[in-house]
Design a protein around this ligand. Structure first.
Ligand code: SME
Length: 173
């Protein structure tokens, strides 16, 4: 396991490395579950000072917990609620410097002090969010925002969204 506390010499260089790793991981895999799981792990173990990294996907008009690394989290979030639901409702990335100052923030891990939520877009539609938490206030800046938006796009483009059931559907007949 890499040392998560080691601060990068250059944040941009770290993100460029992560993007290269993601592209390699996604070569030959369009499976949504597989790619989201690997992306969660790569981001969690690569980005210092993060304590939760993962995805919520919109199912039955609610955000539903998807692959993640971190403490257990709430299973469902209504659109418009919390940081995640608000990012979907506004179709905007939300950077929260201090979660205590964000009205309606949903606390899953009491260690979390800062958060960034990026909408996942497939065509014109928001299908879910990428969510990262940090135990340090002011952890995410504009460099993180720019790169994580780019990363969210790479992740969504890597997945075959039409084929995201968890098992082969013919096994059900
Ligand atoms: N804090 C989020 C909830 C999800 S957890 O951070 C994993 C929110 O307010 O939407």
């Amino acid at each position: 396991m890499r040392n998560k506390r080691e601060l990068p010499q250059a944040k941009r260089a770290l993100y460029e490395y992560v993007i290269g790793q993601l592209n390699s991981l996604f070569e030959g895999s369009k499976n949504t579950l597989c790619n989201l799981a690997n992306a969660s792990s790569l981001l969690y173990y690569s980005l210092p000072q993060t304590n939760w990294t993962g995805f919520y996907l919109i199912k039955d008009n609610k955000l539903t917990l998807a692959p993640f690394i971190g403490e257990v989290a709430c299973s469902h979030i209504d659109i418009g609620k919390g940081v995640c639901g608000k990012a979907v409702a506004t179709n905007q990335t939300i950077v929260v410097d201090d979660v205590k100052q964000f009205v309606g923030h949903i606390s899953c891990d009491t260690d979390s002090q800062a958060e960034i939520v990026i909408p996942l877009r497939v065509g014109q539609n928001v299908v879910g969010v990428l969510d990262l938490d940090s135990p340090y206030t002011h952890r995410f800046d504009s460099v993180d925002k720019d790169y994580l938006e780019q990363i969210a796009q790479i992740i969504t483009h890597s997945c075959d969204w039409a084929d995201n059931t968890l098992i082969d559907t013919d096994l059900l007949h």
